[in-house]
Design a protein around this ligand. Sequence first.
Ligand SMILES: CC(C)(COP(=O)(O)OP(=O)(O)OC[C@H]1O[C@@H](n2cnc3c(N)ncnc32)[C@H](O)[C@@H]1OP(=O)(O)O)[C@@H](O)C(=O)NCCC(=O)NCCS
Length: 165
Amino acid sequence: MIIRPERAGDEQAIHDVTAAAFEGHPHSDQSEPFIIERLRGEGALMLSLVAEEEGQIVGHVAFSPVTLTPPAAGWFGLGPVAVMRERQANGIGSRLIREGLAMLAADGALGCVVVGDPDYYQKFRFRHESSLVFPGCAPQYFMALAFSGAVPTGTVAYHPAFGTE
Ligand SMILES: CC(C)(COP(=O)(O)OP(=O)(O)OC[C@H]1O[C@@H](n2cnc3c(N)ncnc32)[C@H](O)[C@@H]1OP(=O)(O)O)[C@@H](O)C(=O)NCCC(=O)NCCS
């Protein structure tokens, strides 16, 4: 299995893997593949990694910039992340997330936020931080990881491609 940045021609496979992984998911409205497409279309897909096995894309993770109020630069949001159902629980999601976070940090990002299951994301050192607020989300499901420096204080908004505004 290799992890690599998406390239031209991967778009449909990323859509399909994401749609299938979120199908029937209790916290999904099935918008995830379209969020990725909107992010890409608006030039906000800051980092898009695929997991490839024998030429087949089996997993994907997206990172996009988030906006903080008051303004603070250098923060990104993780997601959507998806792994083909038949290949889940084999460490693929973890590798996508770890390598994505490492690339962001190496590129000078200051930190990353995520909305999701605390049991899963704490493995990557994400923690709920009371100084960062994501309106409309139960606090324990909104987590942050600072790569360098302190976690800022403020309110977080994902890119409009997420349709949460
Ligand atoms: C979440 C997801 C990307 C993880 O990918 P994966 O390749 O299955 O994950 P990994 O193999 O790296 O990790 C699996 C481990 O995480 C656990 N895990 C997976 N999803 C979890 C969840 N939602 N909550 C808690 N633990 C979870 C597994 O039990 C396993 O634990 P173990 O290592 O102690 O056995 C994948 O399960 C998926 O596509 N799910 C559907 C889409 C989704 O929920 N995306 C995330 C939305 S926030």
